[in-house]
Design a protein around this ligand. Structure first.
Ligand SMILES: CC(C)(COP(=O)(O)OP(=O)(O)OC[C@H]1O[C@@H](n2cnc3c(N)ncnc32)[C@H](O)[C@@H]1OP(=O)(O)O)[C@@H](O)C(=O)NCCC(=O)NCCS
Length: 181
C-alpha cells in the first residue's frame, strides 16, 4: 500500500465511493453523481496547494483501493482538524484502512500543523470505530454531526498529532536537567 495525492483521474473512484448505497450506508446514503467532478477538482486543487491532505490508497499494481482525507474546517467557531476514510468493497477486510489511517497520522505528526485530529464515524460503523480504538484515538462521547447536509449520530474520537512535550528532565534548567550554567 502507498499513499498518493488525489488526481483528476480519480473521478471514477469518487463515484464508486460516494455515490454507492453500500459504501454510503453509514454516511447518510449515496450522494448524487452530478456534483462529483466538481468535488474532485476542488480536492485536487486543495491537495496541490497543500491545504488539505486528500490521499488515495494505491496498491502495488497501481489500483486505487480507497482514500484517507485530513482537512481543516471550523466547528463551534474554532479551527478543527478532521480525518475520514473509505475503502472500496473489493479491498475491504484486509487491514488497508487501518494501515492507511496510521500512515496519515504518522505524516501529520511529522508535519506538525494538525494538532488534535477528530474523527466522527457513525456509532453503528463497526470497522471505523474499531480503527479509531485500535490506533489509539480517545473517545470523547457521542455527537450529532452534519455530513453533506445530513445529520448523523456519531462517536467523537480524537488523536493528538502534536509533538509530545519533552520530559522535564530533558529541559535545560528543568528538574535533573543539569542546566543553569
Ligand atoms: C470503514 C472502512 C473504511 C473499513 O475499511 P477496511 O479496509 O475494510 O478496514 P480494515 O480491514 O483496516 O479493518 C479495520 C478494523 O475494523 C475491524 N472490523 C472489520 N469489520 C468489522 C465489523 N463489522 N465490526 C467491528 N469491527 C470490524 C477489523 O477487524 C479491523 O480491526 P483490527 O485491526 O483491530 O482487527 C470500509 O468498510 C468503508 O469504506 N466503508 C464505507 C465507508 C465508510 O463508512 N467510511 C468511514 C466513515 S467514518
Amino acid at each position: 500500500m502507498r499513499l498518493r495525492d488525489v488526481e483528476p483521474a480519480d473521478l471514477d473512484a469518487y463515484l464508486r465511493m460516494r455515490c454507492d448505497p453500500q459504501m454510503m450506508a453509514e454516511l447518510g446514503g449515496p450522494l448524487p453523481p452530478e456534483g462529483m467532478a466538481a468535488k474532485v477538482a476542488r480536492d485536487v486543487a486543495s491537495a496541490a496547494a497543500d491545504r488539505d491532505w486528500i490521499k488515495m490508497i494505491a496498491l502495488e499494481d497501481d489500483a486505487t483501493a480507497g482514500t484517507v482525507t485530513l482537512w481543516n474546517h471550523e466547528l463551534d467557531g474554532r479551527a478543527f482538524s478532521e480525518i475520514g476514510w473509505m475503502v472500496l468493497p473489493e479491498y475491504q477486510g484486509r487491514g488497508l484502512a487501518k494501515q492507511a489511517v496510521a500512515a496519515v497520522l504518522g505524516l501529520a505528526a511529522a508535519d506538525g500543523r494538525w494538532g488534535l485530529v477528530h474523527a466522527f464515524p457513525a456509532t453503528t460503523n463497526g470497522p471505523s470505530n474499531g480503527i479509531c480504538r485500535s490506533l489509539g484515538f480517545s473517545l470523547l462521547g457521542e455527537r450529532e454531526v452534519l455530513f453533506a447536509g445530513r445529520s448523523l449520530r456519531t462517536s467523537h474520537w480524537v488523536f493528538d498529532t502534536a509533538p509530545a512535550a519533552p520530559p522535564a528532565s530533558a529541559v535545560p534548567g528543568g528538574p535533573g536537567g543539569g542546566g543553569g550554567g
